[in-house]
Ligand binder design. Sequence first.
Ligand code: 4AZ
Length: 245
Amino acid sequence: IVGGSFTPIESQPWVAAIFTRRGQFLCGGSLIAPCWVLTAAHCFEGEKEFTVYLGKSAINETNALKEQKFIVQKLVIHRQYNASNYNYDIALLKIKNKDGGCAVKSPSTRTVCLPPKDTQLPVGYKCSIVGYGKESQHAWGFSKILKEGQVNLLSQSECRSKDYYGDKVTGNMFCAAKPNWRIDACKGDSGGPLVCEVAGRMFLFGVVSWGDGCAQRNKPGVYTKVTNFNKWIAKNTGLFKYTAG
Ligand code: 4AZ
């Protein structure tokens, strides 16, 4: 995250840290159910085996009292994911610990809500992005500590304007940035959450997906639009009963 501030995992306890089996940090994610992490499809080009941590405040530090460690039992990448334009950039990880169990709720670990289908927040709504990614576009490494920043939702028409991204922004994406372009997701934040507080609860509206650099004027962060994927999530996790549609 560029700009924003360091945050304890207890403030965003749904944040997951995804590593390769060899311990290289890959991406963020969000715990949506005890056994399921929602993340970005583009995180998984190449790698096959992963370690997922919940309750982690710092990438390079272990706090056994707070952390829970998992392997990935199942990786579900959206069938329509397009690696050339990041359309359908969404994936699910089914996690299990070495005893075969899933996440246990604690002050450092809990699930985030998914917004009901067709929920639309107004343009300008303030949401939070969270991750362990780079603190500036040209930084050498990732942030050592989890960061959080606030961004405003942009309209689709603004984000698709010629000066911004034109038609690279599909209906499965939305943009967030502003008011001053100083706060943005960056390399390493991919897969992590954009959460918005509605009626006192935090909802996962976006998955960090892409952008032209980080915190550049007229180049907002682009997020996978989670509300387009309620049915896909329900079907692939078997979690949520679906009546409509
Ligand atoms: C990346 O490289 C990346 N500014 C993620 C998000 C953004 C840019 C780059 C958004 O993973």
